[in-house]
Structures are given as C-alpha cells and as structure tokens.
Write a protein that binds this ligand. Structure first.
Ligand code: BEZ
Ligand code: FE
Length: 262
C-alpha cells in the first residue's frame, strides 16, 4: 500500500491532475464496477489492456532454463471442458479451418512428462468463444493428456484475430486513446502436471498481420509464434481423416515445463 500510494502521488504530480480529470477517473472506475458481474470481469480487462496482467505474469513466472513462456489467461477459460482422446477434435463443430496441432511436453532436462493435462480453448472463425453465444454450446475447447512419451496431438481450428469485449468502459478507453481492441490470433493452452509449474500460455500464428499491428493485451512473445502450415485440399491428414475439399493447417508446439519450485 505504501508503494502504491507513493506511485499514485508521483503520478498526480507528474501529470498535474486536474479536478475534472480526477472526476472523470472516478466515473470511469465506477462504470467498470457497474458492468462487472459473475459473467463479465471489466477490471481484469482493464488490467489486461493496461499491460498490468502481463507485467504481473512477468514477475511471477521468471524465465527458467528453456521453459515455455507464459502469457495472459483471459476471461474465456471454462473449468469443466470435455476430454478428448489423443488425436480427437476439440472444435465440436465450431466453424473454422481445421488445424492439426501436435507436440511434446517435457521438463527442462528434456525428459517427457507423461499424463500432463492440457487444456485448450479458442474462438471460432467469427471471433467468438462458445461462452459468448447465449445457447450454452460447448465448442472449441477441451482437455487431453499426454501419452507415455509426453506426446500429444489434436484437431483444433486455425486461430483468427478477434476483438476483446469492447462495448463497455474499457472499449471506450481504447477508442479514446486510439487503440484497437483486436487480439493477435491465438490458441490458449494451460498445462498442469505434478511437480511442475502450471503453464498458462497461447500459441500465435506466424504471418498474422495483427502481430505487426499489436495485440490489445500485450500477450505476444516471439517464442510463442508458431507456423500454421496450410495444406492444400486433398493432402492426406496425419490420422487419415477425410476433410473432403477443405484445406487444413498443421502446427507444432513443444512445451517445456519448469519445475514447481523454480
Ligand atoms: C483472451 O485471449 O481470451 C483474452 C485475453 C485478455 C482479455 C480478453 C480476452
Ligand atoms: Fe483468447
């Protein structure tokens, strides 16, 4: 509290805060509070768009050897997403280009981590997560477990850029400061395994123009940008699945978990 107060006072002196600006700030925070309920967390969105979430992640997930970097959690995780078998399809009918994602989970000494729990979630090709529809659908999210070699694979969707919820005060703040609400295309992962640090991260899509423009919550790390190689229609799929005349993409994400006490 002492540090917060010192920085707050420094800020007020630095910008010579006017009483009108003080009032505007109070009104803004009041609106952030009023729109927040058990479905919508505008304070977290404010923290995300101010880069405060990423800064907190940075101080709490210090780099450890070659462990995979963490990034923002976001508001769209759901606790009880269905399980899919290895090679299963997490889209459950959500619209988008099919993407085969595979990789390994290892520790920082290169040893496979069998039975690691991998949660994955993403938006559909229209830029919406299932929970943003009002029909209780469960799509484009699931959990699965690595096999005895620490390997995993599943069908998902090629991620697309989408806007964070921007119909509230945070959206107004972004507009007032000339910022875009768009997030770079990504696929969320949360990986848990006993004795390892839980990893909350995403993979981003190499070549996505939004990576140049910027991510509205500052979540991009170069190490998390992966190739989604587009395969022409009729290219045989890794599991023999027949996609008819659809194109599909292939991506690899090898995950390295830090030890729990790192
Ligand atoms: C997301 O990636 O799902 C997300 C992250 C931060 C704010 C809004 C959405
Ligand atoms: Fe997201």
């Amino acid at each position: 509290m002492q540090s917060l107060t010192v920085h707050l006072h420094d800020f007020i002196r630095d910008v010579r805060l006017t009483e009108e600006e003080w009032n505007t700030a109070i009104e803004f925070l009041t609106r952030v509070g009023h729109i927040t309920d058990d479905k919508r967390q505008e304070f977290v969105l404010l923290s995300d768009t101010l880069g405060a979430s990423m800064q907190t992640i940075a101080v709490n997930n210090e780099a450890y050897k070659d462990a995979t970097e963490a990034t923002v959690f976001g508001p769209f995780f759901v606790d009880d997403a269905p399980e899919v078998e290895l090679g299963g399809d997490i889209s459950f009918g959500a619209k988008g280009q099919p993407a085969w994602i595979e990789g390994t989970v290892t520790d920082t000494d290169g040893r496979p981590v069998p039975n690691a729990r991998i949660e994955v979630w993403e938006c559909d090709e229209d830029g919406f997560y299932d929970v943003q529809y009002d029909d209780d659908r469960t799509m484009a999210r699931a959990h699965l477990y690595t096999d005895e070699h620490g390997e995993y694979r599943f069908w998902g969707l090629t991620p697309v850029p989408y806007p964070i919820p921007h119909d509230g005060p945070v959206g107004k703040m972004l507009a007032a400061t000339g910022r875009s609400p768009i997030r770079a295309a990504h696929l969320h992962f949360m990986v848990t395994a006993p004795e390892h640090r839980t990893l909350v991260t995403h993979i981003f899509v190499e070549g996505d123009p939004q990576l140049e423009i910027g991510d509205s919550v500052f979540g991009v790390k170069d190490s998390l940008i992966k190739r989604f190689d587009e395969q022409p229609a009729d290219t045989p799929t890794p599991d023999g699945r027949d996609l008819g005349d659809e194109t599909w993409a292939k991506a690899r994400f090898d995950i390295v978990l830090a030890p729990a006490d790192a």
